[in-house]
Design a protein around this ligand. Structure first.
Ligand SMILES: *Cc1c(COP(=O)(O)O)cnc(C)c1O
Length: 401
């Protein structure tokens, strides 16, 4: 039985809605519940005004025009619309698609599904820290490449990718670049007026907004991006995403981004300091632990450790009051080691022995200290039960997996 409040350090999976976001949403759940597409009464006009305001807020925060923002239910939906829509729209031009080995399953599985329609997929690898080399990426682009997809920041090891360089290489060859910005929005500067990116996807719930709201940026000028629709049923969102808009979630999305950007640098610096403290506490107290991911150019909130010589499921079972994940939330349902850590060259044993911590606006110093203590105690308990790994010497236990 635990006697303290649970600690949430799984903020790559989702985040706690900011109370100010919830407050902004409530009127649209309780009173202004109209359909934003209803043209003949005040309920509809109220809802439409709220959506317009949110669209302008999000667009201007991103350096985009309001008509370049398509509201969706989240990154997965945006990715599907962007990649299926763009690949099919450009089919007469070519069938070669390029991505990286560390993308989220939303991207990898969508692109793999497109190979069933005759598209050819090329997957570029990463270095040991999870970074894409822009020159290597550029070398994968061919005459018949029409579309590329690269994530802004990785959701397992936090690696921030050189999107400006990759985008410039794509532009030079007339390739449209889609960016999965689920982990980047609100945390990293994103200026689509400058960044050579044609399509960009993000979710509200990764940045203290509500679940159920996402956006797809779809560039309308230089170059003009057209997508073949994936969904049918009405004229909403320029025909790209028919269906009644989730007005409260859209309002919450814009509020969440305004809050995140109001003090982005200050907040990220505070989170990075807490993360660095967690990292050094754990590396000091858990023998054999090693960090996965880059030193620099890493998300402030991210810490990914491999703890060799313990069954990580047993460690997680000890951590009753601490919400963390092994690998990514999406991969941890399956027992397969993370494809991201595998692409970085980790052995299956090390990849399976990984713990992912994600901090947030709401993480406190006390929580960080308590989390480090709990993890160290859990690893010690598991190791003491397992004679093969007693003492925690990873050299003696490298065969464990
Ligand atoms: C969470 C996440 C997604 C999926 O987002 P949903 O909101 O669940 O659709 C895609 N890519 C990355 C990098 C993510 O972190």
């Amino acid at each position: 039985m635990r006697d303290t409040a649970p600690i949430y350090l799984d903020n790559h999976a989702t985040t706690r809605p900011d109370p100010r976001v919830v407050a902004a949403m409530l009127p649209y759940l309780e009173e202004s519940y109209g359909n934003a597409a209803s043209r003949h009464h005040a309920f509809g006009w109220d809802a439409e005004r709220a959506v317009d305001r949110a669209r302008r807020t999000l667009a201007s925060a991103l350096g985009a025009a309001p008509n370049e923002i398509v509201f969706t239910s989240g990154t997965t939906e945006s990715v599907n619309l962007a990649l299926q829509g763009a690949a099919r729209a450009r089919r007469p031009r070519g069938r070669h698609l390029v991505t990286t080995a560390i993308e989220h399953p939303a991207v990898l599985e969508t692109l793999e599904a497109l190979t069933n329609e005759g598209f050819e997929l090329e997957v570029v690898g990463v270095d040991g820290a999870g970074r894409v080399d822009p020159a290597e990426f550029a070398a994968a682009l061919r005459e018949d490449t029409t579309l590329a997809s690269v994530m802004f920041a990785n959701n397992e090891v936090g690696a921030i990718q050189p999107i400006a360089k990759i985008g410039a290489a794509c532009r030079a060859r007339g390739v449209w670049l889609h960016v999965d910005a689920a982990q980047a929005l609100g945390r990293l500067p994103i200026d689509l007026a400058e960044l050579p990116v044609e399509l960009l996807s993000a979710s509200a719930h990764k940045m203290h907004g509500p679940k159920g709201a996402g956006l797809l940026f779809c560039r309308s000028r230089a170059p003009h991006v057209t997508l073949e629709p994936v969904f049918f049923g009405g004229g909403h969102e320029r025909g790209l995403r028919p269906g009644t808009l989730d007005v409260p979630a859209i309002v919450g999305f814009a509020t969440a981004l305004e809050i995140a950007l109001a003090d982005r640098e200050g907040e990220q610096a505070r989170i990075a300091a807490l993360r660095d403290r967690l990292e050094s506490l754990l590396l000091d107290s858990v023998s054999g632990a090693r960090r996965n991911g880059p030193d620099r150019d890493r998300l402030a909130a991210n810490l990914n450790l491999s703890i060799p010589g313990v069954a990580i499921e047993a460690v997680l079972a000890e951590l009753e009051g601490l919400a963390v994940s092994s690998g990514s939330a999406c991969a941890s349902a399956s027992q397969r080691p993370s494809h991201v850590l595998a692409a970085m060259g980790l052995s299956p044993a090390l990849a399976r022995a990984s713990l992912r911590f994600g901090l947030s606006r709401f993480t406190t110093l006390r929580e960080v200290d308590a989390a480090a203590e709990q993890v160290a105690a859990a690893v010690a308990a598991v190791r003491s039960r397992s004679p093969r790994t007693a003492g925690g010497n990873p050299k003696n236990s490298a065969s464990i997996d």
